[in-house]
Structures are given as C-alpha cells and as structure tokens.
Design a protein around this ligand. Structure first.
Ligand code: BES
Ligand code: ZN
Ligand code: MN
Length: 505
C-alpha cells in the first residue's frame, strides 16, 4: 500500500525553530497578529514576517491559502510557508491550508507551528490526503515525503490528530485499489488485499464460486462467467459495538467492465478499471474503522467479478434467477453492476438483518449526465438516514445530492419474459438502476444507494487529491458511523487561549 508520511508531535520548544531544516509552516490570522511561533520567526528573520503580515499582499490572501517565503535569512529552513488561518477556523479553510502543506511536503518534511489551532484535525487530514501519489508503475518515483511534525499540540489534540491518520490510511487504501490496473487487481488479488484487513481485527471471509452457486447468487455469477478470473464475494465484519445488529455496507467490485457481449466502445474503455470503486470505498471505510477502533458493528460485503465477452459469457436476452428468486431478463450485459449488487444485497440482509444498508457503486454513466463529477447520486427509502448521510457528506466536503425513487419508473424495467429487465433505456438511467436495486431491499430495511460513477475517479486534481482515484465516501461514511452508530464521545475541552507571555521570545 502507498505509505502515508509520518506524523509526529513535539513540544512547543521555540528554540528548535531556528535550526529546523526543510519547511516551516506558520499560521497568521486575518488581522495579522502573530502568535508566539510567528513572533519567534519574525524575530529570527529580523522582521520579515511582520512586514508580510502587514502588507497589501497578505491582505489580499484568502483564508487557508499559503505564501512561500524562500531561503529566509536567520533560519536553517529552506522556506517558511505562511498560511492565512485564524486559530478558531475549522472546516473548509483549514482543509485548504492542510492541502497546501501536503502538496509541498518534500523529503525533508515540515515543522507545522499549529499546535493551538482549532482546525488542527482538518489541517493534518488534508495534508496527509493531498500528498498521496500513485507511482507504483512509474520508473521515476514521486518525491519521498519527510515527516510532518506538529509543534505544541496538547495531548488531546495529538490523539485527535492521530485519528486523522487512520482516516487518511482508509482513503489511501481505497485510492490504491481504484488506481490499480485490472491486470494487477484481479478478483483474486482484490480478495487477497482484503484479507490483509484481518491483521487489524476485521473478520474476513471469502466466498468462492462453488459457495455462491450453492447460495443461488446466479445474477452475480452470470456477470463473471465470461472471465478467466473467478467471481468472489468477500464479507468483512468489524465488531466494535455491543450486541446490536450491524450497519451493512455493500460495494460493486467489477474489476474490469468491458461491457461483456454488449461491449463498450474502445474510446475510454480503459477507465473501466475503476469499476470496482464501490468495493474499494467500502474496503477503505473498514480499514479506517478498524484502525481507529470504532465502537460500532459494521459488516461490509463486496461482489468481485470481471465483465468480459467470451464464448461462455452471458448474452443479451438471457433470463437469470437472482438469489431472492426474482427473475431478470438481461437485455444489456453492460448493465452488470445491478446484477452483482442485487445478490449480495439480498445475502447480507438475509444473513445479518442489518439495521440499515448502504450500497456504493460506479453504477451508471447517466448519473454523470445528471450530476457531473461534483456530486454522487443519493437514493434512499428512509428520509432520516438519507439526511444523516447528506449532513455527513456535507461536513466532509464530499458532494452528494438526493435523487428520486418512484413507482412510475418501474414501467421502464418491465419485461415480457421475466419479473424485470436489467435496463430501463436512456431516460432517467441512474434512477431506473436504483429502482431495480430497490426491489432487493427487504421491507423495513432503511437503505441508501450511492451512485458514485462520477466521483470515484477524476481526470483533474482536487483540493485533497491528485488526478485519479479520489476515495470519495470514505470520510462521509466514517463520519456517519461516528454520528449515528457509535456512543457519543466525551466533549473535548477547547484549546487553551494563546499565551500572552512575551518573555519566552
Ligand atoms: N460501469 C458502468 C458505469 C460507469 C460509466 C461507471 C462511466 C463509471 C464511469 C456501468 O456498468 C455501465 O456500463 N452502465 C451502463 C448502463 C446502461 C447499459 C443501461 C451505462 O451507464 O451506460
Ligand atoms: Zn460497470
Ligand atoms: Mn457496465
């Protein structure tokens, strides 16, 4: 797995600042007043920081943005990154600040003079997320990252910042899985990587084709039957809670989607290496939950298959019986995700009676037409659960937009020969896919379907991610678990006010 940079903490020892190599990061609020760290830097640089803080250039800076003072005299550091951020600011601006630190984190690391920031968690998380690079197959590797050292954080702030590293590791896990090409990340290799979660205390079970056949998961097996890679279902259980029933997470893990016999056009087909994004996200969430020892019960299930054209592949017009017993006419073998999901959704409800079920899938091109690459489509049969998820996504800056379900759409998936067909044509393509899945949700199970086709992997970089896999959803789902499925933690005390004692300078 791609390694995170090391995160370290040090006491507020101002005398270390002058000799620190690499980069130093200092925060200056809007009004330009310097804290004790800023005052020390100002003194060492003979007034340079104060001049900058009082300049017009500083006045024009936006919250969370950074300015680089290179090769400052009076310091051993190569540069001082001055970030405009108030010590009370949390959320978006603090994340932007962290991203600026992460994007510039070089081999010598950075000393972050941000112990007293209320937004320290955001700064640390964003810094860790932004320095991710997927260079497994590049002869010229990305620059190594030195240590990210935070000076002057209280014990509680350190613990809380360390928990951000658990989240970042979950996101890295998702990104690595989504970025891997399909000749490497076969169904077998995917299952192997998931087995690695066992070390963290996650129970991992792999169901093989023979098991799936016995269970009657025929729509899932039909998708994989044209591939040389065996279809697998992996069940991951994290039991950090009491004896309550678990939350279920369900992921589409199509390791490559050629479309099958309804083959896709050549242009852009290479992007279908990311069609396991749902499974990748679910895996990243489980990693984060285990690393931070979440006090909740969560079961995750992923369907790992490859959709290929072949003499043995399923054909358009085939009728297949799902595990639930409903029959499906496969009018388009490229609408394969719902065929994978419907069986594992049924199985996970049957076996675990979850208190709620959330599935994630790079399910339709149509959701990209509807929402672009800004927001995932959110479908739900439960307003309270949907609202809780949307709130969590908003708090994490992960775009999500509620979409409708409705009986009327069922008309589009009526089949002459079977209980339903697997596509409803072009109109409302993302909705009819969700409507198909809804038939496999048991009465009384609160459910969310997340169509992440537009957000799982991007051609452009974002504040927190380079081009490629984003890890969308890991943060929102982790937060949802915290908000809704874990006991509330003790309230944290606010950081102590900035010391006004000037003697230490
Ligand atoms: N994996 C694709 C959806 C997709 C498209 C994901 C673009 C990521 C980016 C899915 O299996 C698919 O092929 N859907 C078809 C459904 C259609 C045949 C009803 C689509 O969206 O075109
Ligand atoms: Zn697909
Ligand atoms: Mn497809």
């Amino acid at each position: 797995m791609t390694d995170l940079p090391q995160l370290d903490f040090t006491d507020a020892d101002l005398d270390r600042i002058a000799d620190t190599e690499g980069r130093i990061v200092v925060f200056v609020p809007e009004d330009g007043t310097l804290d004790k760290f800023g005052r020390r830097i100002d003194k060492l640089t003979r007034g340079a920081l104060k001049r900058f803080a009082e300049s017009e250039a500083f006045g024009k800076m936006k919250d969370g943005s950074a300015h680089l003072m290179s090769w400052p005299s009076g310091l051993a550091a190569e540069a001082v990154q001055v970030i405009r951020l108030d010590r009370k600011t949390k959320g978006e601006a603090a994340r932007k600040a962290g991203a600026a630190i992460g994007a510039a984190l070089g081999p010598k690391g950075a000393l972050v003079l941000g112990g007293g920031l209320r937004g320290l968690d955001d700064v640390v998380l964003a810094a860790l997320l932004r320095c991710y690079a997927f260079d497994a197959y590049l002869s010229k590797k990305a620059d190594a990252h030195g240590t990210l050292t935070v000076m002057g954080a209280s014990e509680a702030a350190q613990d809380s910042a360390r928990a951000q590293a658990a989240l970042a590791e979950g996101v890295y896990f998702t990104r690595d899985l989504v970025n891997e090409p399909s000749n490497i990340l076969t169904t077998t290799e995917f299952a192997e990587r998931l087995k690695g979660l066992a070390k963290l205390g996650v129970k991992v079970e792999v169901l093989e084709e023979a098991d799936l056949d016995k269970l009657g998961m025929r729509t899932l097996l039909a998708v994989g039957q044209g591939s040389e890679s065996p279809s697998k279902v992996v069940v991951m259980t994290w039991s950090g809670g009491g004896d309550e029933k678990p939350l279920a997470l369900v992921g589409k893990g199509v390791v490559f989607d050629s479309g099958g016999i309804s083959i896709k056009p050549a242009v852009g087909m290479e992007d279908m290496t990311m069609d396991m994004g749902g499974a990748g996200t679910v895996a990243g969430v489980m990693r984060a939950l285990a690393l931070r020892k979440a006090r909740a019960n969560v079961v995750a299930i992923v369907g790992l298959v490859e959709n290929m054209p072949d003499g043995k592949a399923q054909r358009p017009g085939d009728v297949v019986v799902s595990m639930k017993g409903d029959t499906v006419e496969v009018v388009n073998t490229d609408a394969e995700g719902r065929l994978v999901l419907c069986d594992i959704m049924w199985y996970v409800q049957d076996r675990f009676e979850p208190t709620a079920m959330i599935d994630l899938a790079t399910l339709t091109g149509a959701v990209i037409i509807a929402l672009g690459h800004e927001m995932a489509g959110v479908y739900s049969n439960d307003d309270a659960l949907a609202k809780a998820f949307l709130n969590a996504a908003e708090a994490e800056g992960e775009g999500a937009w509620r979409m409708p379900l409705g009986k009327g759409y069922d008309e589009q998936i009526k089949s002459r020969v079977a209980d339903m067909k697997n596509t409803g044509g072009r109109p409302a393509g993302s909705i009819t896919a969700a409507q198909f899945l809804a038939r496999f949700v048991k009465d009384g199970t609160p459910w969310i379907h997340l169509d992440i086709a537009g957000v799982a992997s991007l051609k452009t970089s974002t504040t927190l991610a380079p081009k490629g896999a984003t890890g969308w959803g890991v943060l929102a789902l982790d937060r949802l678990v915290r908000d809704r499925y874990e006991p509330k933690p003790e309230p944290q005390p606010e950081p102590a006010p900035e010391e006004t004692d000037g003697a230490e300078e």
